[in-house]
Structure formats: structure tokens, C-alpha cells
Design a protein around this ligand. Structure first.
Ligand code: ADP
Ligand code: ZN
Ligand code: ZN
Length: 812
């Protein structure tokens, strides 16, 4: 990676893009100390109003801007955080998704929007002078101001550190700030590994000391000196008591080195390389040819569930590495488990870096540095990993390319897969988008010849696709006169599995116990105080919970409106399925996997591993259980209710349902014993259900694409959603109406729908009014959205009022 060449004379000014919802870059003067070091793509800390912000340098120059200029405060990167290619990609995203460049660039750097922040104090030049003079004159360290200046002389320090050392530090710092002696910087905290868990920490001896140390620290240091090399801190705990605490405080004194261990997983089933079967071989060859050509080549790898797509990815990465080119594998949020990471470590060793949004900042920053330095040439990452600074990028793989988690739901609302395509194009790289159920967009692009379609039509070793049976719940009700969660056929199938020692997975894509509470006397439904949705009953937590804003209430025993005690809980959720399983199969060992049982990556993996190792007979869960898992002993998949997503007012409802059912069904019979799938539904004739039952993507695509064409929905033309949000309903109505008038008559070539209250009209106390724009011309769409943004800016709307979503994946 090359830093942008420095102008021959060191520049006096730099233009900085800041994470604020404004379009322009801001010019700052470069103090002498920074002039030689700043280059395009570096992050700098600058004053902005009364705050300090981190921004990215877009240019350096010698043109004094009109008016007064403030000084840049600090340089955060010695080498550019974003190279030219990534800056270009950032500009593309900002333009295409109508997002401010500064916010886009922030989302692209490793310590992005969600960073914990801390206040750091540094001396200004005048502060430094003052410190010298004061220190010359001051005899004792009693004056806290002198003491603070003295401490800051040595290095920048955090507010929390200073507060611990000096009484009343905060107010002293404020007055020093007023005098211009210090600057407060809001910077990313925890860039060091000190906060990581012991299991992920390695410690190494660095130097001896004459200082007097507490006993544990002395012992640990002695131990490390006697045992050179790196030690896992958690393991050390067994040899040296309190090793973890001691290691951290020794690290603070810089007597030992701490580093983070890469994510590996001992329980990851090591996958020996396979000989590719003929279909795999054919697909791999096409990819390899693309790599050899060193040109942009986009592929859709369409392979049924269990057809061995991962093996092709691994081979393709090998091929890229053999050409000394880097590879980037993107996986859905939930797909990046330690087991998956482990597989890649097995195959590629230290060449792999893992980037996961659930990692702590420090871990992410460290992995990011390994990538930038070229130490890690293979990157496995979730969505934002599409910005990883992979050296000499030759290959990008987007696994499960249809997955919704690739779309970011906040500014910049980019689609990771689509950004990956643009990045591959600019880099002259190969991109492989893999799925058993490709998105309509991607398959359409393949039909049009924009992408090359590679097909894996059968499962590995010609294993049969699972046999699928539809169970009509209306018929079941007529015959049994009972509305039960499990049909007779499903009960029988589970029983059989339990007898044979085989495992079952039951999917219900709705968490909680009951989806709502209603009063039989007056019809009242208990709604969230902040959102226009019903509260979900969570039995274990004994509360009514909002799935949009987490608002919670106690479970009422009477109707809050009419005080009747005839209240009932309706709509079965996954928690209830688990409970009913305990009742129906008291001896079965049941586990549940949904957002209520999973609190981070570890729970998720623990539950899945437990299930893989057969500590459980049945796994119940939401869509989390449908994704990618390869558990050979699962021979039954039951869909408790296929209709959950079908009725949603969203043009992708059918596509979602088809994908979910097909992916879930694909978990059955992946081992040597064939599997069956039972789908309970009230709409057995719906084409999404029918095609999923037949595992027939081709038929689904043909049907769905007709509907999209008829309705001018993507992939035909482009779609954008514009939402006006306000906590004041009146204001929301007026402002969205103003936008409606601005767009009336509809701009040429654009179809405007709305404004109308959004499908969920109120979320987190904000009223939402939606306008949909459809057009066959992307250029036109971009122009119109630009107009809307300029209008809102001119009218001084608060930036959060307007939410623009280009290519939305959901209209809810
Ligand atoms: P997919 O991602 O297409 O659903 P996987 O890549 O998970 O499928 O492969 C399914 C199973 O088949 C895995 O257990 C994998 O190890 C195995 N497999 C893949 N390729 C081969 C091969 N050529 N020969 C034998 N087994 C293979
Ligand atoms: Zn009532
Ligand atoms: Zn709510």
C-alpha cells in the first residue's frame, strides 16, 4: 500500500472529511509537527465547534482558506488508514447510497461508529511552555494544576487516569482547557489488549525492574523470565494465581508484553481437504481461470444445500495465495462462529485474520493492522470487513450472498455484497457470490450475462435432497378439532428420531412465548409505549417486551383498559415451542437457539456445539438455526409455522420465506442417513411454500421474477425508501407532506408512492412517514434523492429526520 506522495514542500493545510451529516470537507492548518507526517487517507483529530472529532484527510495543500483556520490537533495514523482505492470506494458509497462522505469513511475504518469513547488530554504548545515555566518555579507538587501539567508533559493521559491520581482533576482540567493549555480529545478507548479476556491474551517477558512489585506480580515476572516465549494468560492462571490481573498491571508498567491471540477453536472439526467432485472441479476451474486472467470476473456459485460450496471457496483461496494475492471471504453476521474461524486457521494458519463486529475494538484494530501490514493475506469477515485493507486483493467471496445481514441498517446504508462487487471491479479481482437460494438481483444479473453462473446441482456424494412433506394446519384442525403447536405427523416423526438416537431441528421464526396479549372482553391489545407494535410475552423473564425498542412491562393479570381478567396470550413463539416440547416429550433433551438464549458469540457456539456433540436431541430456534450448519446426525427438520413471514407487507416476503424454508430444509439429511422435512402451513398452495418443499429454486425464481417485473420492483429498475422521522406527529406529517409536494408532479421517469405512515408507524417514540421511489433509471433516482437532501438541508431539517435507503432489503 502506498502513501499518497507528499508534495515537495510540506503542506500548510489539510482538507478533512468529518463524521457529521454535512457534505463539505473542512480545512485545517497543519502545525509544524504534523506537516511532514500527514498524508491523504490518514486520520487526524481536529477541533469542531466545541468538540474534537476524528476525520480522514482528503487532501493537503497550500491554499489558505477564506476566514480563520484552526489547527489540526493530532495525527492518528502514521500510514494512511484508507488507501486510494478504499477512498475511491468510500466516495462511490457516499454517492450511490446518498450518505455523507465523512460518516461513510468513519464506517470504513476499523474503530468505527460504535466505538467506546474516552477523553484524553494533551498539552497544547502554550501548555507545554507553561508547564516548563511552572515546573521550573514550582517547588512542591501540591498545586493540582502543576501536577497535572507535569504528568501531561510526559504523555497524553485519560481523564479517568488523571482523576484517580489527582483530586478534583476534572475541574482543574476544565480551567486549563479554558486557558488553552490542554485539549480534550474524544478518542477511541481501549486500543490496547488490556481489556481482552484472559483466554485471548498472550503474555511475554520484556524486562526486569528494580521497582518493588506486589507479590503476585513479582512471581509472575519471575516465572515469565524463566519461561521465555508467549504464554496464554488463562493457562497461566493455573500455574500462577491471579496471573491475569498481574499480567495486566505488569503490562501497564511495560514490564511484559501483552498481545491478542487469534480466534481459534479447539472444537472446530478439522476439515481435511477433499478431492473435488466433477461439478466442484468445473466451478473451481472457472474461478481459477479468472484469477489467472487477473481481471474482474463476477461469478454466481449456485449450489444446492450440502453441495460443497465451502470446499470450492477454500480451493479458490489457495489458488489466490499461490499467486501471492490476497483473499477476502465475507460471511453473514451469524455465520462467523469460532468453528468456522477454526477451519480457516487449520487450513491457512497465521495467514488468516478474522474480523467480526462482535469483537472488541482492540481485537479488531489488531487484526486490521495484521491485514494492512500484509501479515494476514486471508480475511474472513462479516459485513464491514468488505473494507479490510487486504494487500494485493485478488479474490472476494460472498458466502450466502442473499443474506439480509449484508445490508447495513444505519447511515451509510450500504449492501456489503454490492460494495464487494464494486471493490472487486476496481481491483481487477475475482468475486464469487455463493448461495443455494440466490437473491433475485444476483440471479437476474447472471441471466443477463453480467455474472457467470456456476452450478452445483447435487449434494456431495449424490446424497439425496431431503424429502419434504407439507402439513396443512387447517386440515389438521378439521380432523383433530384442536389447534396444537405440533401436528400428529410431526409428533410421530420426532418420536421416531428419539427412538433411533437421531436428532431433530424445529424452526419457528418468532421469539418469545406468545406474540401478543389481548383482552377478550374489550379487544384491547397490549402495545409498546414507544412503538406501534404489540408487546411480546417472555415467560422466563416474566415480562412483556418490545422487539423494536426493548421496552418492557410487567405481565398484567387484568386488562389495563377495562380491568377484565379475561386476557389471553396468542401467537406461539420459540420459547413456547420449547416448553411444549418438554411436555410432549418429557425425556427428550431440548435446547433453544434464539436471540433470547444467545448473548454473544460464545453462547451461540456453546449451544450449537452441544447439539453437534449430541448432548441434545432437539434444537428449537428462530432463523438462527437455518443458517449453514452442517450437522450430519440431523435427520428431521420441522417447520412449526411456515407462515410467519408470509403475510408481511413487503415485496420480499415471498423471497424471504422461500429462502428460510429452503435453507432450513437443507439442514436435514446431510450425513449418511437421509433426512425428512415437515412443513406446517396454512398456505400449502403458496408458491414460496411449494417451491421450498420441492427445493426448486429455478421454479421459484421464474415465478417471483414475473411478479417483480409486473410490479416494477427490483431487480427491475431501482427502488429507494425515504422516511421522515419525528417524535412530533404533526411535524412528521407536515414535513413529509412538504416532500410529497416537492415530488409532485412526480419527476420524469420516477414513480412516487406516499407519503404514508410506514408499516410500523412509530418506532422508539418516533413517527415515521414513508415515500417510495421507483424508477428504471438509477441516474435519475440518484438525482431526485440529491434534490431531496438539498431541500431538507436548505429547510434546516435536523439530519436525523431524513432516512434515505437505496436498494432497501426491507420496507418494514
Ligand atoms: P454447502 O456449503 O454447499 O451447503 P458444504 O461446503 O458445507 O456444503 O459441504 C457439505 C459437506 O460435504 C461437508 O461436510 C464437506 O466437508 C463435505 N464435502 C465437500 N466437498 C466434498 C468432496 N469433494 N468430497 C467429499 N466430501 C465433501
Ligand atoms: Zn379489556
Ligand atoms: Zn417499542
Amino acid at each position: 500500500m502506498s502513501a499518497a506522495p507528499l508534495p515537495s514542500e510540506s503542506p500548510l493545510y489539510c482538507d478533512v472529511s468529518l463524521p457529521v451529516p454535512l457534505e463539505q470537507a473542512f480545512t485545517y492548518r497543519l502545525p509544524e509537527t504534523l506537516r511532514h507526517r500527514v498524508s491523504v487517507g490518514c486520520r487526524v483529530l481536529v477541533p469542531f465547534g466545541s468538540r474534537q472529532l476524528t476525520g480522514v484527510v482528503l487532501a493537503t495543500h497550500n491554499q489558505p482558506p477564506p476566514g480563520s483556520t484552526r489547527d489540526a490537533l493530532r495525527l492518528l495514523d502514521e500510514e494512511p488508514a484508507l488507501d486510494e482505492a478504499l477512498l475511491k470506494l468510500g466516495r462511490w458509497i457516499a454517492n450511490y447510497y446518498c450518505a455523507p462522505l465523512g460518516e461513510t469513511l468513519r464506517a470504513m475504518t476499523p474503530l468505527a461508529a460504535d466505538v467506546r469513547r474516552g477523553r484524553m488530554y494533551t498539552l497544547t504548545t502554550s501548555g507545554r511552555d507553561a508547564a516548563r515555566q511552572l515546573l521550573l518555579g514550582a517547588s512542591s507538587g501540591e498545586d493540582p494544576a502543576v501536577e497535572i501539567l507535569r504528568l501531561l508533559e510526559a504523555r497524553a493521559l485519560s481523564l479517568s487516569y488523571l482523576s484517580k491520581k489527582i483530586k478534583g482533576a476534572a475541574s482543574v482540567l476544565r480551567s486549563l482547557d479554558k486557558k488553552g493549555f490542554v485539549v480534550a480529545e474524544d478518542v477511541a478507548a481501549a486500543r490496547d489488549p488490556l481489556r481482552a479476556s484472559a483466554a485471548r491474551l498472550r503474555v511475554e517477558f520484556r524486562t526486569r525492574t528494580e521497582e518493588k512489585l506486589p507479590k503476585v506480580e513479582r512471581e509472575l515476572l519471575a516465572y515469565l523470565e524463566l519461561h521465555p516465549g508467549q504464554h496464554n494468560v488463562a493457562v497461566l492462571e493455573e500455574a500462577v494465581a491471579k496471573a491475569s490481573t498481574a499480567a495486566r498491571s505488569l503490562a501497564r508498567r511495560e514490564l511484559v508484553l501483552l498481545s491478542l491471540e487469534a480466534v481459534t477453536s479447539s472444537f472446530a472439526p478439522a476439515r481435511a481437504p477433499h478431492f473435488l467432485n466433477p461439478h466442484q472441479q468445473e466451478a473451481f476451474q472457472a474461478i481459477q481461470e479468472g484469477l489467472t486472467a487477473r481481471q474482474f470476473r463476477p461469478f454466481l456459485l449456485e449450489g444446492v444445500t450440502g453441495s460443497g460450496k465451502t470446499e470450492i471457496y477454500l480451493n479458490a483461496i489457495d489458488a489466490a495465495l499461490a499467486m501471492e494475492r490476497g483473499a477476502l471471504l465475507l460471511v453473514p453476521e451469524i455465520g462467523l462462529t469460532p468453528a468456522v474461524a477454526g477451519q480457516f486457521h487449520h487450513r491457512f494458519g497465521d495467514k488468516v485474520a478474522i474480523l467480526h463486529s462482535a469483537f472488541q475494538d482492540a481485537e479488531r484494530a489488531q487484526e486490521w493492522r495484521r491485514i494492512r501490514s500484509g501479515e494476514a493475506l486471508v480475511v474472513v469477515a462479516t459485513r464491514s470487513g468488505v473494507f479490510a485493507p487486504v494487500r494485493n486483493l485478488g479474490l472476494i467471496i460472498v458466502d450466502e450472498e442473499h443474506d439480509q445481514s449484508y445490508k447495513q441498517q444505519d447511515t451509510p446504508r450500504y449492501h456489503g455484497r454490492d460494495v464487494a462487487v464494486v471493490r472487486a471491479r476496481d481491483a481487477g479481482a475475482v468475486i464469487v457470490m455463493g448461495s443455494a437460494t440466490p437473491s433475485l438481483e444476483t440471479r437476474f444479473n447472471a441471466e443477463r450475462g453480467k455474472y457467470t453462473r456456476l452450478e452445483l446441482p447435487e449434494r456431495i456424494e449424490k446424497r439425496p435432497m431431503p424429502r419434504v412433506q407439507l402439513i396443512d394446519t387447517r386440515q389438521e384442525f378439521l380432523e383433530t378439532r384442536k389447534s396444537s403447536t405440533f401436528s400428529r405427523a410431526l409428533v410421530e416423526a420426532v418420536t421416531e428420531r428419539l427412538e433411533n438416537g437421531e436428532q431433530s431441528m424445529l424452526l419457528l421464526n418468532r421469539r418469545g412465548f406468545s406474540s401478543f396479549m389481548t383482552c377478550r372482553a374489550c379487544g384491547e391489545r397490549l402495545e409498546c409505549a414507544n412503538c406501534s407494535v404489540t408487546l411480546t410475552y417472555h415467560r422466563r423473564d416474566r415480562r412483556m417486551l418490545c422487539h423494536y425498542c426493548n421496552y418492557a412491562e410487567a405481565v398484567p393479570d387484568r386488562c389495563p383498559k377495562c380491568a377484565s381478567d379475561h386476557i389471553q396470550f396468542l401467537g406461539v413463539g420459540s420459547e413456547r415451542v420449547e416448553q411444549e416440547l418438554h411436555i410432549a416429550f418429557p425425556r427428550a433433551r431440548v435446547a433453544r437457539l434464539d436471540r433470547d438464549t444467545v448473548n454473544g458469540k460464545h453462547d451461540y457456539e456453546t449451544i450449537l456445539t452441544g447439539f453437534r456433540e449430541r448432548h441434545f436431541d432437539i434444537l428449537v430456534g428462530t432463523q438462527m438455526i437455518a443458517k449453514g450448519h452442517d450437522i450430519p446426525n440431523v435427520t428431521l427438520v420441522g417447520i412449526v409455522n411456515a407462515d410467519v413471514g408470509l403475510g408481511l407487507p413487503d415485496f420480499r416476503a415471498a423471497e424471504r420465506t422461500f429462502q428460510l424454508l429452503t435453507q432450513a430444509a437443507g439442514r436435514a439429511g446431510r450425513g449418511e442417513t437421509p433426512g425428512i422435512v415437515l412443513i406446517q402451513t396454512g398456505f400449502p398452495d403458496h408458491y414460496a411454500v411449494q417451491c421450498a418443499a420441492a427445493q426448486d429454486y429455478g421454479r421459484f425464481y421464474a415465478k417471483e421474477i414475473e411478479f417483480r417485473k409486473l410490479m416494477h420492483y427490483p431487480p427491475f429498475g431501482a427502488l429507494a425508501s425515504v422516511v421522515v422521522r419525528s417524535s412530533n406527529e404533526e411535524e412528521g406529517i407536515t414535513r413529509s407532506a412538504t416532500l410529497g409536494r416537492l415530488l409532485s408532479p412526480a419527476p420524469e421517469g420516477v414513480k412516487v408512492m406516499g407519503p404514508a405512515p410506514a408499516a410500523v408507524a412509530r418506532v422508539k417514540t418516533e413517527y415515521r412517514f414513508q415515500i417510495l421511489l421507483k424508477t428504471s433509471s438509477r441516474v435519475r433516482l440518484n438525482e431526485v434523492l440529491g434534490e431531496i437532501r438539498r431541500f431538507a438541508a436548505a429547510e434546516k431539517w435536523s439530519p436525523t429526520m431524513l432516512a434515505i435507503d437505496v436498494d432497501p432489503v426491507t420496507l418494514l
